[in-house]
Design a protein around this ligand. Structure first.
Ligand SMILES: O=C(O)c1ccccc1N[C@@H]1O[C@H](COP(=O)(O)O)[C@@H](O)[C@H]1O
Length: 231
């Protein structure tokens, strides 16, 4: 049975934006810590303040570019979030070390979809004990890495193959907005949808765009009769 995916609203920059996202139907919010590039980073003190206001049933995702278990653990303890979104490859330590150090904290690993090699990487990571994957459109081989927040889509046919190949939930991100999200859902069938720039105007969370985005996700269900020709 088709169910509309969950909505994760990223790049939250204030307690007010977090409350707005939750009011509009977000099941998770994203809080971006220090990154080499991208529009979303805020100070960790602000991340901790916002995370403390998020209702327990809502995911509070800390986006981290740290690549060692030790650094990620320290960061999670400073920020008090319930989920870690690891936007670069974990180089020092493994997910099991994170679980031992941070019981009850969910682990989401980002895969930047660049080609066929991303399918192999996603399948390998899915076997290593993460709770979910998040497919985004960054480029880790640039001199200044792009680890997300690019506003670009990627090849959804590869994302669809990843969703079909792994046994864990998969979020889809990268260049999504109210106009393309239904097509993305039908192409990929993700567990969740993640968005930053597509619901913002001049950097601020835009309630009109946000409501249209959430409505487009809900309206993507064949049971509503809309988009039924794509099911
Ligand atoms: O937003 C950022 O600045 C950022 C920087 C580094 C890693 C991740 C970042 N944001 C994440 O990127 C996705 C996709 O963004 P967009 O919708 O294409 O603008 C976003 O959902 C965040 O999870």
């Amino acid at each position: 049975m088709f169910r509309p995916p969950r909505a994760k609203i990223c790049c939250i920059a204030s307690v007010q934006e977090a409350a707005l996202a939750v009011r509009c139907g977000a099941s998770a919010v994203g809080l971006v810590s220090q990154m080499p590039s991208g529009p979303g980073p805020i100070e960790e003190t602000l991340i901790a303040q916002i995370a403390a206001t998020i209702p327990p049933a809502i995911g509070s995702f800390l986006l981290t570019s740290q690549q060692s278990v030790e650094q990620i653990v320290i960061q999670q303890r400073r920020c008090g979030v319930n989920t870690l979104q690891i936007v670069d490859r974990l180089e020092v330590g493994d997910y099991h070390d994170l679980r031992t150090a941070l019981p009850g904290i969910s682990l989401v690993q980002v895969i930047h979809v660049t080609g066929e090699e991303s399918l192999v990487e996603a399948c390998q990571i899915a076997e290593r004990g993460v709770d979910a994957l998040l497919l985004d459109s960054g480029n880790q081989s640039l001199a200044i890495k792009e680890l997300g927040g690019t506003g670009r889509t990627h090849d959804w046919s590869i994302s669809a193959r990843i969703v079909a190949a792994v046994q864990i939930p998969v979020f889809l991100a990268g260049g999504l907005n109210e106009h393309n999200v239904a097509a993305a859902i039908h192409a990929v069938r993700p567990f969740g949808i993640d968005v930053c720039s597509g619901v913002r105007t001049l950097g601020k969370l835009d309630e009109v765009k946000l409501r249209a985005f959430v409505a487009a996700i809900a309206g993507s269900s064949p049971s509503t009769g809309r988009d039924a020709d794509r099911t």
